[in-house]
Write a protein that binds this ligand. Structure first.
Ligand code: F6P
Length: 329
């Protein structure tokens, strides 16, 4: 029997979303002869009946492209009292067997709530450059974001060396310091600010002074967005840099990489990982694993109950933090 499955991308975009959509369609449509209906602009597409048929021809040529062909939005059907019921009704009206939600912590929490509240058949696919979703070892998009940050840090090294400066590079990571820790390690930073482990201007200044006392005259410091916010409200990056300049006497500049980390083409690693996620999601649909999120466990694809990612954040592990403490110079 021909089955009809809905799919949406929710929350912030992330390199690799199109690769997931592509392999998901490849397996369900090409291999099994089922039908895939895409909802445009996340949950809004369900409420507004903004759909897009996804055939094999529609997903050709999108593997290497950043962003999402489905569009995405923040916002949730849980924000209105009748939102969950309306989602369930639309899905039923369209004759969909269920919905695949490719999203981050927020979208997966919504997906789990819809499963609980209105029995929506839903399968989650974890996506975020922040790599902070519980239940999976790695999210696609993370590798690309780290590579972009590392490339930027490589460039910042040469200008900071020319001017004998300290440059503080703010990377994304609202609640978790995965990007910051990996970019600091890969980029050869001398210190890193992480949301999970508090640090002070004084402690960072000490690390810089020690380094400069041993012959270096420039330094890169990586700061996760969440850690910068923890230092103070709006303008915290500038205030942190000013404090560092006062404490060390060195010239300090700041760079915030922002959405550059989310844009553009995914790395080959993320294309393959995202493709694996899409295939796993299609297999989960075939197996009727509603209420689950597809996940990576070590090197294997698996699935976990949607309650695991819902409402929680996977923060930086002790092992990576220990590596950071031992390897930054
Ligand atoms: O969750 C991914 C992320 O890029 C965070 O690192 C960042 O804090 C947030 O999204 C930014 O969201 P927006 O694009 O809505 O400003």
């Amino acid at each position: 029997m021909r089955r009809r499955i809905g799919v949406l991308t929710g929350g912030g975009d992330c390199p690799g979303l199109n690769a997931v959509i592509r392999s998901f369609v490849a397996v369900l449509v090409e291999e099994h002869g089922h039908e895939v209906v895409g909802f445009q602009n996340a949950w809004d597409g369900i409420i507004e009946r903004n759909t897009m048929q996804l055939d094999v021809a529609d997903v050709r040529g999108i593997l290497h492209k950043g962003g999402t062909v489905l569009g995405t939005r923040r916002g949730s059907p849980l924000d209105t009292p009748d939102g969950p019921q309306r989602v369930a009704e639309r899905v039923a009206q369209l004759g969909l067997e269920g919905l695949v939600v490719i999203g981050g912590n927020g979208s997966l929490t919504v997906a789990h709530a819809l499963r609980e509240q209105v029995r929506l058949p839903v399968i989650g696919v974890p996506k975020t450059i922040d790599n902070d979703i519980m239940g999976t070892d790695v999210c696609f998009g993370f590798h690309t974001a780290v590579q972009i940050a590392t490339d930027a840090i490589d460039r910042l090294h040469t200008t900071s060396e020319s001017h004998d400066r300290i440059i503080v590079v703010e990377v994304m990571g609202r609640d978790a310091g995965w990007i910051a820790a990996h970019a600091a390690l890969a980029g050869g930073a001398c210190a890193v600010l992480l949301p999970e482990f508090s640090s002070t201007v004084e402690a960072i200044a000490q690390a810089v002074v020690k380094r400069h006392g041993s012959g270096r005259s420039s330094s890169i410091i990586v700061a996760a967005e969440g850690a910068v916010r923890a230092q103070g409200a709006h303008g915290a990056l500038g205030a942190f840099a000013a404090g560092l300049q006062d404490s060390t006497g060195f010239d300090v500049r700041t760079v915030s990489l922002g959405h550059i980390q989310r844009g553009g083409t995914p790395t080959s690693y993320d294309r393959v990982l995202a493709t694996r996620y899409g295939v796993a999601a299609a297999d989960a649909v075939i197996a009727g694993q509603w209420g689950h999120m597809v996940a990576v466990d070590g090197n294997d694809m698996t699935s976990v109950d949607l309650s695991i990612p819902a409402g929680s954040t996977r923060v930086l592990d002790e092992e990576t933090y220990a590596l950071v403490r031992r390897a930054l110079l």
